[in-house]
Structure formats: C-alpha cells, structure tokens
Design a binder for this molecule. Structure first.
Ligand SMILES: [Zn+2]
Length: 146
C-alpha cells in the first residue's frame, strides 16, 4: 500500500471521496470498444454517459457505461450528465467531441471539478489514441486498457 500524501487525504476528505484514492486506472477493452462505437455513431452529435466502476487496492477499474435518457444532442450532450447526480457506481463520465480537440471546455472543467473521479473525452477519429483522460482537476492522466 502506497503512502498517500496529506494533500490527497485532505482533498479526499473535502470531496467526500475517502477510500477512493487511486494511482492507476484500468478500463475494460469492451468498454473502450463500446465508447468508440457510440462516439462514431453519434457523430456529428456528442454523446455522453457515466462511467461505472470502483476503486480497489489503489486501482480505479472502469467496467461499464451508464446511459441517460437523451444521451445524444447537438447542443452538447454533457449538459444532460451535468443535471444527473452521480449514482453510487458512477465514478465519472465520458463524452465525445466532434472534431480533433480532446481538451476540456470550460463547462467540462467545471463539471469535472464537481462530479466523480475520472473523466474521458473522445475526439475524432474516435480510436484508442484519441481518448483523453482527466482527473477531477482537469489534469491529463494515464489509463490502461485491459
Ligand atoms: Zn467537452
């Protein structure tokens, strides 16, 4: 068990995410395939979903997607997710961007800071190399497809 910094412990206390500190992220291959398929089908609209998973032994393991009604929209699918309180197993979010820019928008960053632990943005061409992962501070983080 790695030692957690005081800062991390403090932040997890503030964010109410105690016991949800992680150092690595694993995403199941079939979840990645599903996300990429949906992103391609939704284009030129965005799609958004919640990520289902849990933290165990310092590893955040993403094992499924949770869909919301009206997940595609030409006005920004993320707004639907914004209005949805994260349910118990929802650890973060994924949404697609029409275009090649995987950077979070201002609205994305605001959402990341308020909800969940881990967020994905999928940009064109919607392949494994165009998936961008962020923590709740909007910092790029790594993930492994398993
Ligand atoms: Zn976005």
């Amino acid at each position: 068990m790695k030692e957690h910094s005081l800062f991390q412990r403090f932040m997890s206390y503030i964010l109410g995410t105690n016991k949800k500190i992680f150092h690595e992220v694993y995403i199941d291959q079939d979840v990645v395939d599903e996300m990429l398929n949906i992103a391609r089908k939704a284009y030129p609209n965005e799609f958004a979903a919640l990520l289902q998973g849990k933290v165990e032994d310092d590893v955040l393991h993403i094992s499924g997607l949770l869909f919301l009604p009206g997940e595609t929209s030409d006005k920004g699918a993320v707004m639907n997710v914004f209005m949805m309180p994260l349910i118990d197993e929802g650890v973060g979010s994924v949404h697609s961007h029409p275009g090649y820019n995987g950077n979070p928008s201002g609205a994305d960053l605001h959402f990341f800071s308020k909800n969940g632990l881990f967020h994905l943005i999928i940009a064109q061409p919607y392949d494994e190399n165009s998936i961008f992962a962020y923590n709740s501070f909007g910092d790029r983080i790594d993930f492994k497809v398993i």
